[in-house]
Design a protein around this ligand. Sequence first.
Ligand SMILES: Nc1ncnc2c1ncn2[C@@H]1O[C@H](COP(=O)(O)OP(=O)(O)OP(=O)(O)O)[C@@H](O)[C@H]1O
Ligand SMILES: [Mg+2]
Length: 539
Amino acid sequence: MDDRILLLALRGRDAEVIDQLLSGAGHHQQICHSLPDLAQQLVQGAGAVVVTEESLSTDERNPLYQWLERQEPWSDLPFVLLATKRIGKRSSLAKRMLETLGNFVVLERPIHGETLISAVNSALRVRKRQYVGRQHLANLKRAEETLIALNASLETRVDERTAERDRLWTLSEDMLARADYQGGLHSVSPAWTRILGYSEAELLTRPYSDIIHPDNVSDVVAALNSMRQTGQPTRFENKILAADETWKPIGWTVSPEKDGVHFIAIGRDLSSEKARETELARSQEQLRQAQKMEAVGQLTGGIAHDFNNLLQGITGSLEVVQRRVSNGRVDDLDRFISGAIGSANRAAALTHRLLAFSRRQPIDPKPIAANPLISSMEDLLRRTLGENIVLELRLADDLWPTLCDVNQLENAILNLVINARDAMPDGGALTVETANAPYVGQPGSRQSNEVTGDSIRISVIDTGSGMSPEVIDRAFDPFFTTKDVGEGTGLGLSVSYGIIKDHGGEIRVDSQIGQFTRFTIFLPYQRQPSGKRDSVTMK
Ligand SMILES: Nc1ncnc2c1ncn2[C@@H]1O[C@H](COP(=O)(O)OP(=O)(O)OP(=O)(O)O)[C@@H](O)[C@H]1O
Ligand SMILES: [Mg+2]
């Protein structure tokens, strides 16, 4: 439709002749039968119009002129006008009518065929250029529309994102901030005011180091510096001064920005978490205390009974002594006096154990060499063991020093030796052995020992009754004993265990029923011989 020619020639055979001429030149044309017909065809598109002057109307309201008025901006439809042969000039009306056509060439009749064809050709060329313009405009318009649509969607997306971010920023329970390494806060979320009580303006104008606890400042600076260097986010905890002058524990996650100047910080108020922890620790302590009291309560009866037995041992012996003295029989009194002293000693030992168990004694650790300590106990141990038991000390030559409270360690070793003696009523051998126990870093290498560093070990080995797995399981429990009433309190191992644990050590047992029992104490290797850790006191 775009390159067809519309032809309007209403007089005689004009239309037919021109039609043939154009067809001969390879054009497509449509013959119109009236001005309204031409106007209607134009709506469907045309490359040019060939029209005879007399076919045009002088009425400006006719449909052709209306169509011309409404042409798109790119369009200026070319007309080839075949002038009417006339004598004299055109009327001004006729001139105006021609002007209304706009883009036209006038061919005066008679018309040479070639002239018409070349006029039509150039009209079509002009029209083609107009089509290029049309395409161009259309492209522009499409591009503009796409751009507008894109802008609109971008705007809504940005709006949505911003709203989302704003919501996060305002509603977050955590304190969000953008800050720099020089100590300035650039923006802070409302949570800051909710948690710390400062206004936003105060926070943004004060250096943040002002509100960090003096004890924490250097750690914070170190953490930020290393984050700046590594570019890796980091976490730390510190105390922050709130507007009401209290210190709030805050857990921070900070992450660097690429510019090397700023970072983002997210702070969580740990107050309630800490309070919960303290409360938990307190109730656990209460529970432990209650359990201890219950155990003590349950056993008080038993202990009172034991104690009574011991007292009876004392009073009974004393009564015999009294009776004999009044009867003048003073020979052989020794036996009864020794009996009374033995019972009194056992009673003293019992109270001592109970005291050790119920009290949390602070320890006074000092760097010591364990071998001389054990050697110095040799006499005491021999007396404890009696004549039926052979004592052997196997002490390593170059034993490392360790850090401990001498009295308490002696106490622990003595407990083990007494137990060993009790396990060998018919005699046997007892060996006390020391050795270095270098840490090899492999769990299980030392019977899943939990000491995680170089240690020394002190083993007490007997050839007594041995312990069944069930007894081993419970041996360290307070008040667990397999001994008869009055013989054992069941506190010996429990006290020893507490002592060794307090020293950061470990105590292990292995045994074979009827063969042997070996208790091994591990104590950490103390490298510095100085008393640097003198201040260490443990509960
Ligand atoms: N060397 C050992 N050989 C065999 N059994 C042992 C040995 N050491 C401890 N036991 C067992 O472990 C139990 C608990 O020992 P623990 O020292 O805690 O209490 P106790 O010796 O019975 O009483 P206490 O030490 O208060 O006089 C003992 O009763 C005994 O059954
Ligand atoms: Mg014991």
